[in-house]
Design a protein around this ligand. Structure first.
Ligand code: KG4
Ligand code: ZN
Length: 353
């Protein structure tokens, strides 16, 4: 039958995550262990350091996910794991754990593409979401517009030619001296609410390029120059800064956010027109990835899809940022279609992958 229970493991980036999901869409458990503290302490993470951080917590994260789901390994239908894209040292930690567990309990393995998982988790959230649909993936490392025609059939309409939008949010936050104990995006979103989005005139990226690609490197530079010319003392934490200083920072945050998101709006509008030509039956734009948890982003893109008589599907923030649920769910989608690998040998040596 179709009553599947799948464990999903995700270690491609900064978070070690695991989750157990049922094929009816029920999330039985969801566990995330973040390296945010490491990131804040060192202002970035070296691959070797990230690998060690994953390796330290992976057993506990997976065990917690199974315990919280009240599921024994033997009850699982399959084990799904992110196999890319990402740092190979980090990916290996997850893949090794998945193969080890699948080998010991004779479970099939489903290798999952990280970006496909960000896109397909929308079908868990909204069960009536049918192919074909459009997807905008916005995170720290990726900025993609994709036409999902069917499971495994994706047409890339646009990508980042330099920096992704999340990177621009993170750098803007850093340069404005915002609290980096969490990622920059939420800090900018919050500060932007106090600012005037029209106060600083940033130019919209790639106006003259009539395509669906993205570029945020130029906007980053504009932001840096604006901060320098306003002579903001970013050494002083925001909470101790003068009123004028706080206003200047908020104005830059709001102006940056307006233009950063305007670029998304323009590209999505064009992508919808293109995609409707190829697949006139499209009814949805899915927006996922860390930046999709931003309320302003959601509201602006909602306006765009309404103008085009489409519907926006945006997973809740905990399913937009990296998580194990999206991996488990994508595993279910592929497993149902017979796309999986047989169980690895039970006595496989640790360093085989
Ligand atoms: O998908 P994700 O968790 O990891 C990657 O695969 O990159 O996305 C992380 C990115 C970071 O750049 C972070 O600043 C951004 O998502 N982000 C946000 C918000 N929450 C997270 N950006 C803008 N507004 C937010 N509320
Ligand atoms: Zn991601």
């Amino acid at each position: 039958g179709d009553d599947l229970v799948v464990l999903g493991i995700e270690t491609s980036c900064d978070d070690t995550a695991a989750a157990v999901v049922r094929s009816n869409g029920e999330i039985l458990s969801q566990v995330v262990s973040s390296q945010a503290d490491l990131l804040a302490q060192y202002g970035g993470v070296a691959p070797k350091m990230a690998e060690e951080a994953h390796a330290k917590v992976i057993d506990k994260v997976v065990q917690d996910a199974l315990d919280k789901a009240k599921i024994a390994e033997t009850d699982l239908s399959a084990v799904a794991v992110t196999i890319g894209p990402g740092l190979s040292l980090c990916l290996r930690v997850g893949v090794q754990k998945a193969r080890n567990l699948a080998g010991r309990f004779t479970k099939p393995i489903v290798g999952v593409h990280h970006m496909e998982a960000h896109a397909l988790v929308a079908r868990l959230v909204k069960q009536e979401l049918e192919f074909p649909f459009l997807v905008l993936l916005i995170s720290g490392g990726h900025n993609l517009l994709i036409l999902a025609r069917d499971l495994g059939q994706y047409v890339q309409l646009g990508t980042a030619i330099d920096d992704a939008i999340g990177e621009a949010y993170d750098k803007t936050a850093k340069w404005l001296g915002l609290d980096m104990r969490r990622s920059g995006g939420p800090a900018i979103e919050e500060l932007a609410r106090e600012g005037d989005p029209e106060s600083v005139k940033f130019s919209t990226p790639m106006k003259q390029h009539k395509d669906c690609n993205f570029s945020y490197a130029g906007l980053k530079t504009q932001v840096r120059l604006a901060i320098e010319s306003k002579k903001i003392n970013v050494e002083i934490p925001l909470s101790f800064s003068s009123v004028e200083d706080r206003c200047s920072r908020a104005d830059i945050a709001a102006s940056f956010q307006r233009v950063a998101v305007l670029h998304l709006e323009e590209r999505c509008e064009r992508a919808i027109d293109w995609a409707m030509n190829i697949e006139p039956s499209i009814k949805h734009l899915v927006v996922s990835g860390g930046v999709a948890s931003n309320q302003y982003v959601r509201a602006r893109l909602d306006e765009v899809v309404k103008r085009k008589s489409l519907q926006l599907v945006c997973p809740p923030p905990s399913l937009c940022t990296d998580n194990g649920v999206m991996v488990a769910w994508t595993g279910i989608e592929h497993f149902r279609m017979g796309r999986f690998d047989p169980p690895p040998p039970a006595d496989e040596p640790e360093d085989v992958v």
